[in-house]
Design a protein around this ligand. Structure first.
Ligand code: HEM
Length: 478
């Protein structure tokens, strides 16, 4: 009967029926992005969360305490150090293993970034560029620091203005825009670095991609390339990548790499990290007017005698110490050295680490009294003093990573952009200190924003600034 009924339907009608059956759900899913459906099933997902060994919320809101408990236990890898994170199970190693991890060729950094940030999914290709193009980052920044100098005064003047009355400013957003502009000048030249659409994308893409990435992680790995077509957040990221291509392609013809993806990679490895560090340093400065005076004196003396040479950057020793202290107290993350294990291996204490494990090393020594006197007290002179201690002087420079200071990572994959970042930050601080008075805005108390292992400088807090008359005109110095 059934076969007679089916065979009586003409083939073209059968094709149309099947087409409609397939198309309707696709259209519905497209119109009502999966995030909406996802929330509908949130309670169902909760049931799965409850199965996990630790409460993911504990990891998200209190990872530092969670790891501290684990590190204080005798057993090698207690549950607290192999927690369920928002993106699967991770293994957190004590800082005493940093040296063993540092040089190991079987531990891969770029692979973990590709895995965590869905480099295979449409819209996320910038997260797959790191391995291919690290040499380009390093070459580009070696050549063009002087251009960053010129762009600093232009972008600072536009955003911080010449207003001599005290006025409030949302610090992080403004620093992001300034750093994006001067970094884009270095990488892309004068025209694009002042293109408002480009500046918007270069700042927003990373934030949006991180948010979309978090949502995507809630779906099984195999489904993500398809799910990405339906989530509103991932569609936004895909749209921004296309917009970036439209702006970048005309000015970068004939390059052997994907220029838009590369620039957006640069945005997340360089712009957000640098802005985060500068923002925190300025919050720290606002609370310490005496230090502002000392740093100003140093900047005037060094820049007027040395000009903007590399040697001047080196001689800004108090600034170097202050920045390193600011980064010690608040690095960008409470772990460092993210690696994926390529082959089974054994730590010196006999702990077996199987292939495929995702490792991170705790940055707990940043706040450890075995390495720092009064580790919870902010001492801008700390690393200046450390330079006088035989055996420790090499650890005291801002660009020198160590297991007790991993703000730029440590080992084979320690940040290759740190030399550029440090010079860029010092130039920017010289301009800020000489041209502006700074103080905390009334009622605004900056708080570190923690999410999982991330420690971000407050994105909302305001500071108060006013233009001052600088003692030396920085633009006239070469
Ligand atoms: C204050 C600014 C910056 C901070 C705090 C920072 C921090 C870091 C950290 C923590 C790592 C991981 C290191 C590890 O796992 O051992 C890293 C890697 C990296 N950073 Fe930076 N970074 C900054 C600026 C920059 C800049 C300006 C560039 C490029 C010009 C850059 C390019 C890179 C690259 C390419 C890697 C990957 C290294 C590899 O795969 O071996 N970073 N950075």
């Amino acid at each position: 009967m059934l076969s007679t009924a089916v065979s009586s339907v003409p083939w073209h009608e059968a094709v149309s029926i099947v087409g409609v059956i397939v198309l309707i759900p696709l259209v519905i899913f497209y119109l009502f992005p999966l995030d909406v459906w996802y929330h509908t099933f949130a309670s169902w997902k909760k049931a799965f969360d409850d199965e996990k060994p630790n409460d993911i919320n504990e990891y998200i809101h209190n990872s530092q305490e969670l790891f501290k408990q684990g590190l204080s236990k005798v057993s090698n890898l207690p549950d607290d150090l192999t927690p369920w994170c928002d993106n699967g199970i991770k293994t957190i190693l004590a800082p005493k293993f940093a040296n063993e991890i540092a040089k190991s060729p079987i531990l891969n950094f770029t692979k973990i970034i590709e895995t965590e940030f869905h480099a295979n999914v449409k819209g996320f290709s910038p997260f797959g560029e790191l391995a291919k193009r690290e040499d380009i980052f390093v070459d580009a920044v070696r050549i063009k620091l002087t251009q960053a100098l010129e762009e600093t005064s232009i972008s600072l003047r536009n955003r911080w203005t010449d207003n001599e009355e005290w006025h409030d400013l949302s610090l992080k957003q403004s620093i992001l825009e300034i750093v994006a502009q001067l970094s884009s000048r270095v990488f892309l030249g004068e025209k694009i670095c002042r293109n408002p659409d480009w500046l918007r994308i270069t700042v927003d893409y990373t934030v949006n991609a991180f948010q979309a990435g978090n949502k995507l992680r809630l779906w099984p790995e195999l489904t993500r390339p398809v799910v990405a077509y339906f989530l509103s957040s991932t569609r936004k990221v895909q749209h921004q990548l296309r917009e970036a291509e439209r702006i970048i392609k005309p000015v970068s013809k004939g390059r052997p790499y994907d220029p838009a993806a590369l620039q957006l990679t640069f945005s997340w490895v360089a712009i957000h990290t640098t802005s985060d560090m500068v923002t925190q340093a300025i919050y720290d400065l606002c609370e310490r007017q005496e230090l502002v005076e000392e740093l100003r004196k140093e900047a005037i003396s060094v820049v007027s005698s040395e000009g903007w040479k590399k040697s001047a950057m080196y001689k800004l020793q108090l600034m170097d110490s202050f920045l390193k202290e600011s980064q010690r107290m608040k690095p960008i993350s409470n772990v460092s050295m993210r690696r994926i294990v390529g082959k089974d291996f054994e730590l010196s204490d006999g702990t077996n680490i199987p292939k495929g494990v995702q490792l991170m090393v705790s940055a707990d020594w940043h706040w450890n009294s075995d390495f720092y006197e009064n580790p919870l007290v902010f001492d801008p002179y700390r690393f200046l003093k450390m330079k006088q201690i035989p055996g420790r002087e090499s650890h005291a420079h801002l660009v020198s990573p160590s297991p007790e200071h991993m703000g730029f990572g440590y080992g084979n994959h320690a940040c290759p952009g740190r030399f550029f970042a440090v010079n860029e930050i010092k130039i920017l601080l010289c301009h800020l200190l000489l041209k502006y008075d700074l103080k905390p805005a009334e009622g605004s108390v900056p708080t570190v924003l923690r999410y999982g292992v991330a420690m971000n400088s407050d994105p909302q807090a305001k500071i108060s600034i006013r233009r001052r008359h600088e003692e030396i005109v920085l633009e006239e110095i070469s």
